[in-house]
Design a protein around this ligand. Structure first.
Ligand code: PAF
Length: 285
């Protein structure tokens, strides 16, 4: 019978475990998460295991990336379920610090993220990427991974983290995995648990709308008109509000230049009832 997955809550124990792997010459991969794990997270673990002999999964619902009006207190939590899934997925260790361990009394240093954080999510959630960048920087220095694996579902987050790693010369590489989707196209997300059955049946229209815009962009068609149509169709389908639907340069997130030969990305944040969904799709160069 396989032994139970190791869960560590104190930095000294984490350092000891990772130190012993390092002494044995093993590479270490990190999958940062906030728990409530779904198949998308487990796919990240699969990638991590291919990239390193040891896989650490962090589970920490990071308070500094939520604004006071956001869903920190109702964010889904299921530690027992997460541990069972991670054990089956072959992760080696779960790093699950308490908020006091992560942000002890007197903690006051913060990362100011770069240009990739400026608008889109940055406009609607101004605190968010400062909190994400700070906690990721801390996770990287705590776990000291060779590689950290992120999903493209949070595409702007991926760009912000990549920019931070590059700008601060952090000694790890960032690997990305395409968004994992349900059969009907809805991007897997812990927040899907908030959707009512009716909302869940409407939700896949978001992915379809983004694919429609990407198709128009690929053929050099009128992208702004396609975005207007998508806005209209989503509201007609029952979405409550659209924060943004935009097409951007896939690497810099600056405005997309159709004739530049560079890759584009269609990104959106929309409200379905009380739930905010984000999604994105690529536009080939
Ligand atoms: O994507 C997430 O789950 C979080 O933003 C992350 C990267 C774990 C930081 O808290």
């Amino acid at each position: 019978m396989s032994s139970k997955i190791k869960i560590v809550r104190h930095l000294k124990d984490l350092r000891k475990a990772v130190g012993s792997w390092r002494t044995a010459g093993e590479r270490v991969a990190l999958v940062p998460t906030m728990g409530a794990l779904h198949d998308g997270h487990l796919a990240l673990v699969g990638v991590a295991r291919k990239k390193a002999g040891r896989t650490v999964v962090s589970i920490f619902v990071n308070p500094t990336q939520f604004a006071p009006t956001e869903d920190l207190s109702r964010y889904p939590r299921d530690e027992a379920g997460d541990l069972t899934k991670l054990q089956a997925a072959g992760a080696d260790l779960v790093w699950s610090p308490t908020a006091e361990e992560m942000y002890p009394e007197g903690f006051s240093t913060r990362i100011v993220p770069g240009s990739a954080a400026e608008d889109l999510e940055g406009e609607f959630r101004p605190h968010h990427f400062g909190g994400v960048a700070t906690v990721c920087c801390k996770l990287f220095s705590q776990v000291t991974p060779d590689v950290a694996v992120f999903g493209e579902k949070d595409y702007q987050q991926l760009c912000v983290v990549r920019q931070m790693v590059r700008d601060l010369n952090l000694p790890l590489t960032i690997a990305a995995l395409p968004t994992q989707r349900a059969k009907d196209g809805l991007a897997l997300s812990s927040r899907n648990a908030y959707l009512t059955p009716d909302e869940r049946s409407i939700a896949p229209a978001l992915h379809r709308a983004l694919l429609g815009i990407a198709d128009v962009a690929k053929t050099g068609g009128p992208v702004n008109r396609a975005i207007e149509t998508a806005n209209h169709d989503l509201l007609a389908a029952g979405f409550a509000r659209i924060d943004y639907i935009e097409i951007r340069d896939a690497e810099t997130l600056e405005p997309y230049e159709p004739r530049s030969g560079r890759e584009g990305r269609v990104l959106a944040a929309v409200w379905l009832g009380r739930t905010r969904l984000i999604d994105n799709v690529g536009v080939g160069s």
